[in-house]
Write a protein that binds this ligand. Structure first.
Ligand code: MF3
Ligand code: CO
Length: 260
């Protein structure tokens, strides 16, 4: 069941989508060789709470952090820990903020220090794939059109798409219908219509698409341990237009010289 939001509800939801964007911008300032992922998690939790939000991942089905931390081969749902980020790592930071009763969800993969050209290309292609998906998300288009656009873009460049995890509807809950896969056929699935709010979040691997979920039931990595990248925006359909509600502008302001 897809919950369509009224224009007023979408206005209310802007508080959460803005705050999650600002949170990633704040975390971006701290990403450098030598920082622990737990430090990033603490920064994010305090920033969200100082700004009247709630860290929605923390305690969600037992998840132990505010941030999902995705270092190199980690695809999604990595735990904050004492791990120290080192020069050459890539780290995806994925988080959900609740504010005024609604959720905002966003993810960005950062370079730690100087990264290899191969990692750079993976991150760039994954970010471009997100925008290709957004471009396909026109009112009246179907979820399958988004999925197919993302898949085609990545596979033509010899990357693989993770299939076990996908984007999702969002609203008062972090995960609502419909599922928004990053692979599939055009012309299938629900049509985008006014009031729909969805997250598009390609997870793209440099090697094979196979995944392993660790014994903790959460942390997910590539089977071949090659790197994976992940970017995410929250979108809404309002007045027959698709609008990206989250923004990477705060991140890009924070990392100007390190922009990948
Ligand atoms: N963006 C992630 C998702 O949609 C956020 C997961 S938060 C967690 O699944 F609590 F599940 F870790
Ligand atoms: Co999400």
């Amino acid at each position: 069941m897809i919950y369509l939001k009224t224009p007023e509800e979408i206005e209310t939801m802007r508080a959460a989508t803005t705050l999650v964007s600002q949170t990633l911008g704040e975390v971006a300032r701290w990403i450098q060789p030598g920082v622990t992922t737990r430090k990033l998690d603490t920064i994010a939790r305090e920033f969200i709470m100082d700004n009247g939000g709630k860290p929605a991942c923390l305690g969600y089905e037992g998840f132990p952090g505010t941030l999902c931390i995705e270092v190199n081969e980690t695809i999604v749902h990595g735990f904050p820990s004492d791990r120290v980020l080192v020069d050459g790592d890539i780290v995806g930071i994925d988080t959900v903020v609740e504010k005024d009763g609604f959720m905002g969800d966003s993810c960005y993969t950062f370079a730690v220090g100087t990264i290899s050209p191969e990692k750079m290309a993976l991150c760039r292609t994954t970010r471009e794939a997100l925008y290709v998906g957004i471009e396909a998300a026109k009112p009246g288009a179907r979820i399958g059109d988004i999925a197919n656009a993302v898949q085609t873009y990545c596979e033509r460049r010899n990357y693989s798409i993770v299939r076990e995890m996908c984007g999702h509807g969002i609203g008062r809950k972090m995960h609502e219908a419909p599922e928004v896969p990053n692979y599939g056929r055009r012309g299938i699935g629900p049509r985008l219509q006014n009031g729909m709010c969805i997250c598009i979040e390609p997870m793209v691997n440099m090697g094979s698409r196979n995944i392993v979920i660790e014994a903790d039931g959460w942390q997910c990595r590539t089977r071949d341990r090659k790197p994976s990248a992940h970017y995410e925006h929250t979108l809404c359909v309002l007045d027959d237009k698709v609008e990206v509600m989250t923004t990477f502008d705060y991140i890009h302001d924070a990392i100007t010289d390190k922009f990948i």
